[in-house]
Design a binder for this molecule. Structure first.
Ligand code: TMP
Length: 202
C-alpha cells in the first residue's frame, strides 16, 4: 500500500495559503491519491467548537495554547492518524508550527512550554512536508484590512504578525528537511508551478 503523507500549510493570516488548497488537492487527486482536507483549530466536531471559542472568546495566552493542543489531540486521534493509516494524503490547513509561531512568537508563550505540549500530545509525530506561504506583513495586513468580520487573531496589529512571520521563518530554518518556503507575493500560476514541483515526491 502507498504510505500516507501528512502535509501542513502555514503562514500568517492573509498570506494566501487558502487560495492554493484546491490546487494542491487536485494535483494529488489527479495522481490517484486519496486526499483528506482538514484544518486547525478544528477538523473534528469538538475541534470546531473549540475553534469558535478560540477565534471569538477573550482568553489568556496560556488558555489559548492549551485549547489549541486539546483540539489537536482530537484531530490526531480521530482524523489524521486513521487517514494516514489507510494511505491517504492528509492536508491540514495549519498544525503545530502555528502554535510555535502564534502562541510563542505572537503571544510570548515560552517555546519550552509549547515543546512540552507538543511532546505530550503528538510524541515524535511530525508533518512529512510543511508549505510555508510567506509574504511581507505590510501586504498581508493590507489584505486583512478588507476582511468583513475579523476574528480575535485578525484584529491584531502589524507587530503581532511580524513576530509570527519571523517565528515561522525561524522554524523553516530549523527544520529545512520538511519545510518549503513559498514567496506568496508572486502571480498565482508561478506559485502553482512551484507547488507542483514541491509535490512531486508525495
Ligand atoms: P485560520 O484562519 O488559518 O483557519 O486559523 C485560525 C487562526 O488560529 C489563525 O489566526 C491562526 C490561529 N492559530 C493559532 O494561533 N495557533 C494554532 O496552533 C493554530 C492551529 C491556529
Amino acid at each position: 500500500m502507498t504510505p500516507g503523507k501528512f502535509i501542513t500549510l502555514e503562514g500568517v493570516d492573509g498570506a494566501g495559503k487558502s487560495t492554493h488548497i484546491p490546487f494542491i488537492a487536485d494535483t494529488l487527486r489527479a495522481r490517484g491519491r486519496e486526499v483528506l482536507l482538514t484544518r486547525e483549530p478544528g477538523g473534528t466536531a469538538l475541534g470546531e467548537k473549540l475553534r469558535e471559542l478560540l477565534l471569538r472568546e477573550p482568553m489568556c495566552p496560556e488558555t489559548e495554547t492549551l485549547l489549541m493542543f486539546a483540539a489537536r489531540r482530537e484531530h490526531l486521534e480521530q482524523v489524521i492518524r486513521p487517514a494516514l493509516a489507510r494511505g491517504a494524503v492528509v492536508i491540514s490547513d495549519r498544525f503545530t508550527d502555528a502554535s510555535f509561531a502564534y502562541q510563542c512568537g505572537g503571544r510570548g508563550v515560552p517555546v519550552a512550554k509549547v515543546a512540552q505540549l507538543e511532546q505530550w500530545v503528538q510524541g515524535d509525530f511530525q508533518p512529512d512536508l510543511t508549505l510555508l506561504f510567506d509574504l511581507p506583513v505590510a501586504v498581508s495586513t493590507q489584505r486583512l484590512a478588507n476582511a468583513r468580520d475579523p476574528d480575535r487573531f485578525e484584529q491584531e496589529g502589524a507587530d503581532f504578525f511580524d513576530r509570527i512571520r519571523n517565528a515561522y521563518l525561524a522554524r523553516a530554518a530549523q527544520f529545512p528537511q520538511r519545510f518549503r518556503v513559498i514567496d506568496s507575493g508572486r502571480a498565482i500560476p508561478e506559485i502553482q508551478a512551484e507547488l507542483q514541483a514541491m509535490l512531486a515526491d508525495v
